[in-house]
Structure formats: structure tokens, C-alpha cells
Ligand binder design. Structure first.
Ligand SMILES: Nc1ncnc2c1ncn2[C@@H]1O[C@H](COP(=O)(O)OP(=O)(O)OP(=O)(O)O)[C@@H](O)[C@H]1O
Length: 635
């Protein structure tokens, strides 16, 4: 138990403490509210004995006899008043309890969710390479909600059960301790039965939750891949896969429920048996004196108190199963949330960051080697979370890459698919850290710079343009939120995007849809470009910025790019060599090595890979030589 309950204690310590006032108010009012349910049976019992059957004097626990009326009518109306106040007070206390516990539980949930999200934002790219989006979503949504349910309902109900059991035990013992032993004999049985239930249901819950996770992932995959599913005509295959997992969800759910349905009637049977035993022994006692080995007197009023209080015990005890349920869920969720919070981060801010000041834009790669974590493709989430990357595990993607871009220079990277061009861009942005060598900006190792300084100095247009669901203007403004409308339009004009934006139904206020689905690839690309133009960075990183546009648009974008990159340091990745022929330096990458370097003319003169490719793209030769065509089929 100790190991699994730790996450809950830890989360409670970190996030529950600031809300302790709400919790204290909730628990105290809970205790008082459930305390009031004991008042009615006790007052009724004493009233019956004193006013109706005259079996004993009118006495109330904790109230001095001198304060009580002596005439039956006065006693009767006092009892009515007390029961009325107890009922009304109980309702008010319940209301306060509800408000306080909800403020507490939702406050905790809010703090955990926002903190978990902030921590997630700081995690390395390598983490996101491994983790399923569905799984992270599930942690931020379902798991935090499970904790809210636990902190609200389960804590409240624990207090309720505690108060009722202690109160009922006290009241019964006070009324007649011998008969109390009969009634309360059921409590250890109820607790033992619940303990057994928890033990047998736990593995079934675990199996069920695991399958639910699989189902979420499967559905999430099906949704994000809907275009592929439709175009590949694999709807029935996907349906079958979801049906298979859903069936397992059904089976494991029924495994849990079969046991749950057995538990609740079992609890009711035990409490019913206690009620019946109390009724038989108490009834005989009132009727014809103490039965068996019992001794002393039992009045009619005492008997009524026993019957009413025993019933009060039944409800809360049956809630034990819900508490078990909430606890099990919260425990698993707490584990997952703590797991996310504990993922180690490699890309961290330097302890004493170097002052970058005004950026000149000198970018240098000095003998850089790098490989992605080998656990990457095909690794299971268990293998891939929470473990620091060991460079020894990695397959080399870049090997001894060495180049310098002086301020204002353009360095272009060309090479076959998978040669490592985008990896150069990601390393410059410090999405990953190099395994050996250094990358520097204005002479500062990028690891010595504040991440915001480094990334703020670089404008990045990536291969897969991502747009947020929002308006065109919001997407252009993303990162420069204070930019004026005019500045946004100016940037769009410079990116050759203004015209098509004006043609959209709502112009700059048109919504682009999730991931920008309502726009074409070329339109998305130009919006991304406008965003970078608005950002006005000192260094520009273009990863095939003209990849998704037609030749006419490419020409116009190229003109905007020329304006953008004219006096900024630029690292451009391109497959179409025409876009980078004016670069100061062109690097040809092959399997992570730089195999050719120089400007366009020099590389043509060298008559190597670049020259051959250039002639092929310019249409000067009909086909690539076999050696290049086979090796670089996808260039
Ligand atoms: N996140 C990742 N995890 C593991 N391996 C990766 C990851 N990203 C890329 N790789 C691998 O690194 C190698 C270089 O990839 P990179 O994206 O840098 O190539 P590229 O030259 O930009 O290719 P393309 O022209 O197709 O974009 C490839 O073999 C690829 O499979």
C-alpha cells in the first residue's frame, strides 16, 4: 500500500496545502452535518420513553437535566424543536460542506492541471517523439479529474463514515452497551468483507484501466489519421480494430462489475443481518425481559433508538465500495501525473546564462555529431519515458558537421532524404543537444544561452507548417501578440499572402480550422512566413519554405524570402536547388557528413553530386546517373 499511496500524499502536500482552509471547513462541516443525523433517533427514543410510555425520565445526552422542562407537553415540543433544528442545521451544514469541499477539490485540480501543463511544456522534444498524444491528453484531463473526484467525494465520505460509525457506536453504547455489541458485531465483518473486496478487485481494475488507455490511443490515432483512413479505404479495418479493443473494454468492465454487484448486496446482507439480530434480541428484551445472557432493562424508546441508528449505519457503510473505487482510480491517476512531473529534462536553462545582447547572427557548427535516442522508432512508451538519453544508444545522424555562417550570410543545406538536414535546424534551435562538438551563436555555445534568447533570435519556417485553430491574424501575430493590424498586413504582404487572405470570406478574421485544415499547404506556408517576418528575427531558418507551393507562388515567395534574408543570417534547407543558388555557401550532406561545400559556381565546377543534381533539375540531362538516382531516389 505504502508505495502506491505515495503519489496521492505527495500531490496532496504540493497542491492540497494551499487550499487547507477549504479542506478544514469542509471536513468540520462534514463531521457536524453527519453528527446531526444522530440527533433525531436519540431525541425520538427519549421522547417515546418519557412522554408516551413513561418508562424513563426525559434526558438528553450532554444537556443538564435542570435545563429540561418537566411537563410532558413541554418535553414533546422541545423534542420537536430539536429535531427541526437538527434537520435544518444538517441541511445548511451539508450545503457549506459541499461548497467547501468543491472549492478544495477543484482548486487542487486546477493547480495540478496547470502545473502539469507547464511542466509538459518544458519537456524535451525527445519526450514528445516517444509519447502518444492521447496518453498525455488523458493525463491532463482524465487523471486530474479522477483526483478531483477523490479529493471531493472520497475525503468527505471518509469523514462521514468515521463520524457515523463513531457516533452510532457511542450512542448505542450509551443507550445499552450489551445490545450495542450485537449491532456492532457487523462492523468488523463489513470492514473485513471490504478489505477482501479491495484485494480481489484491484487487479481487475488495473486490467480495465490499461485497456481503456489502449482504446483512447486507438481512437486518437484513427481520428488524427482520418484522411489516410478514408483515402486508403481502410474504414472497416479501423472499425474492426476499435471493435476489438472495445470488446476487451467491455469484458474487463464486466469483470469489475460482476464483483461489484456481489459486493453491494453482500454489504446489505451483513447490515441487514445486524438489523435483524438487533430487532429479535431487542424485541424479546422489551417483550419479556433480557434473553440469553443479557441483563438489565431495555425500554421501548431504547429499542426505537437502536432500530433507527442501525439503519443509519447501513448507508455509509455501503459507500465504502465507492471510496475504494475512487481511491483505486486516484491512485493510478496520481501515479501517472507524478510520472509526467518526474520526467527528467535534458534541455535545461544554463545556471548562469551568457548575455547575448544585440545579436550579430554568426552561427557556427564545430565538429558536431548527434544521434537520436535509439529507443525512438518502435519503442514502447514504458521504455521511452523517464529515462535520460544515453548517447551510446544513439545511431549517428550527424557526424563531424562543421560550418560557419557569418552575419548576413546564407548557408544552404542540400542532400538526400534522411541525410540529416532538418536535424541541423533542430540542433540550432536546441530542441536536442549535440552529442559532441559545439554549436554557437555569436561565439556563445547555445547551451550557455537562455532558451528564450536563443529561440527568440531565430525565425523558423518548418517543413510541416502548423497553424493554431484561430483566425489568420491570430496565427500571424503568434509570438508577437502586441503587433498592430497594420504590421500584420505588412508582414502578410511581404510574404505574398495578403491577396489570398483578402479573398477569404472574413479576410484576416477567417478561421483556419484545426491545424489550418481550411487552407492549402501553400497558403499555410505563406502565413507561417508572414509570422516569421513579423517576428523580425536576426537569424532565419528555412526548412523547405517553398515546398508546398506552385512555381508561380514559389517565385513570389522567393522574392519575399530574398527580402527577408537579405541582411540576416540564413540557414536554408532545400530540395529545389533553384531556391538556393545564390547562397554564400552550399553544403551537401550525405548520411550526416558534409561531402561537398562551396558556392553554386564552385560546386558546378567541382562537378560532383551537386552539379549532377543541378543539371537534372535544370533539365540539362534526362535522368540522374544510377549511382545518384538509386542512392538519392527521394531527393
Ligand atoms: N525524432 C526523431 N527520432 C528518431 N530519429 C529521427 C527523428 N527525426 C529524424 N530522425 C532520423 O534522423 C535521420 C535524419 O533525419 P532528418 O529529418 O534530419 O533528415 P532530412 O535530411 O531533413 O530529410 P528530409 O529531406 O526528408 O526532410 C533520418 O534517418 C531520420 O529517420
Amino acid at each position: 500500500m505504502a508505495d502506491v499511496s505515495r503519489p496521492l500524499i505527495r500531490l496532496f502536500r504540493s497542491y492540497g496545502r494551499p487550499e487547507w482552509r477549504w479542506l478544514a471547513l469542509g471536513l468540520v462541516t462534514s463531521a457536524l452535518a453527519y453528527g446531526t443525523v444522530l440527533v433525531t433517533p436519540i431525541v425520538l427514543g427519549t421522547t417515546i420513553d418519557a412522554v408516551f410510555t413513561d418508562e424513563s425520565a426525559y434526558a438528553l445526552p450532554l444537556v443538564p437535566a435542570a435545563w429540561l422542562p418537566t411537563d410532558p407537553a413541554g418535553q414533546f415540543w422541545l423534542s420537536v424543536a430539536i429535531v427541526g433544528v437538527a434537520l435544518g442545521g444538517g441541511a445548511v451544514l451539508q450545503w457549506v460542506r459541499g461548497v467547501a469541499m468543491n472549492y478544495f477539490a477543484h482548486g487542487v485540480m486546477y493547480a495540478i492541471r496547470t502545473d502539469a501543463y507547464e511542466r509538459m511544456q518544458r519537456l524535451d522534444m525527445a519526450f514528445f517523439d516517444e509519447k502518444e498524444t492521447g496518453e498525455i491528453l488523458s493525463i491532463l484531463n482524465n487523471d486530474t479529474s479522477n483526483l478531483e473526484v477523490f479529493f471531493d467525494n472520497a475525503l468527505g465520505d471518509c469523514v462521514r463514515i468515521g463520524v457515523v460509525v463513531v457516533g452510532v457506536t457511542g450512542a448505542l453504547a450509551y443507550t445499552n452497551w450489551q445490545l450495542a455489541l450485537v449491532t456492532l458485531g457487523a462492523v468488523p465483518l463489513l470492514v473485513g468483507f471490504t478489505w477482501w473486496f479491495m484485494r480481489v478487485i484491484e487487479p481487475r481494475y488495473a486490467a480495465h484501466r490499461e485497456i481503456i488507455g489502449d482504446l483512447n490511443t486507438r481512437i486518437e490515432n484513427g481520428l488524427s489519421g482520418v484522411e489516410l483512413v478514408k483515402t486508403a479505404g481502410t474504414e472497416s479495418y479501423e472499425n474492426e480494430r476499435v471493435r476489438g479493443v472495445s470488446r476487451e473494454v467491455f469484458d474487463t468492465q464486466m469483470d469489475v462489475l460482476r464483483l461489484s454487484y456481489f459486493y453491494r448486496p453482500g454489504m446489505e446482507l451483513l447490515t441487514g443481518a445486524a438489523l435483524l439480530a438487533t430487532f429479535v434480541i431487542g424485541g424479546l428484551w422489551v417483550f419479556s425481559g433480557p434473553p440469553l445472557f443479557f441483563s438489565g432493562e431495555l425500554t421501548t424508546g431504547d429499542f426505537v433508538v437502536f432500530m433507527l441508528l442501525t439503519q443509519r449505519l447501513t448507508g455509509p457503510m455501503a459507500q465504502l465500495s465507492n471510496i475504494v473505487d475512487w481511491y483505486e482510480n486516484a491512485k493510478a491517476s496520481g501515479n501517472r501525473i507524478c510520472g509526467l512531473m518526474d520526467v527528467p529534462v535534458d534541455i535545461t536553462e544554463p545556471a548562469e546564462p551568457a548575455a547575448l545582447g544585440d545579436v550579430d547572427g554568426r552561427v557556427a557548427f564545430d565538429d558536431v555529431s548527434f544521434g537520436y535516442d535509439d529507443s525512438g522508432v518502435g519503442a514502447t512508451p514504458e521504455e521511452s519515458t523517464g529515462e535520460r538519453r544515453d548517447p551510446g544508444d544513439a545511431q549517428t545522424v550527424l557526424d563531424g558537421v562543421d560550418f560557419t555562417a557569418e552575419p548576413g550570410d546564407t548557408v544552404a543545406l542540400v542532400g538526400a532524404t534522411g541525410a540529416g538536414k532538418s536535424t541541423v535546424a533542430k540542433l540550432l534551435l536546441r530542441l536536442y543537444d549535440v552529442d559532441s562538438g559545439t554549436i554557437s551563436l555569436d561565439g556563445h555555445d547555445v547551451r550557455d544561452l537562455r532558451l528564450s534568447d536563443l529561440r527568440g533570435a531565430i525565425g523558423y519556417v518548418s517543413q510541416d507548417t502548423f497553424l493554431f485553430d484561430g483566425t489568420v491574424a491570430e496565427n500571424i501575430r503568434y509570438g508577437r501578440f502586441d503587433a498592430s493590424d497594420e504590421a500584420v498586413r505588412e508582414a502578410a504582404r511581404a510574404a505574398s499572402a495578403h491577396e489570398f487572405i483578402e479573398d477569404l470570406a472574413d479576410g484576416y478574421e477567417s478561421r483556419v480550422g484545426e491545424r489550418g485544415v481550411k487552407l492549402s499547404g501553400g497558403q499555410r506556408q505563406r502565413i507561417a512566413l508572414a509570422r516569421v517576418l513579423l517576428q523580425d528575427p536576426e537569424i532565419v531558418l528555412l526548412d523547405e519554405a517553398t515546398a508546398s507551393v506552385d512555381t508561380a507562388t514559389e517565385y513570389r515567395i522567393q522574392q519575399s524570402l530574398d527580402r527577408l534574408t537579405a541582411d540576416r543570417t540564413t540557414v536554408a534547407i532545400a530540395h529545389r536547388l533553384s531556391t538556393i543558388r545564390d547562397a554564400d555557401t552550399i553544403l551537401v550532406l550525405e548520411d550526416g557528413h558534409i561531402v561537398e561545400r562551396g558556392d553554386h559556381e564552385e560546386l558546378l565546377a567541382a562537378d560532383g553530386f551537386y552539379a549532377t543534381l543541378w543539371r537534372a533539375q535544370a533539365g540539362d540531362i534526362d535522368e540522374l546517373p544510377d549511382s545518384i538516382a538509386v542512392e538519392h531516389a527521394n531527393i
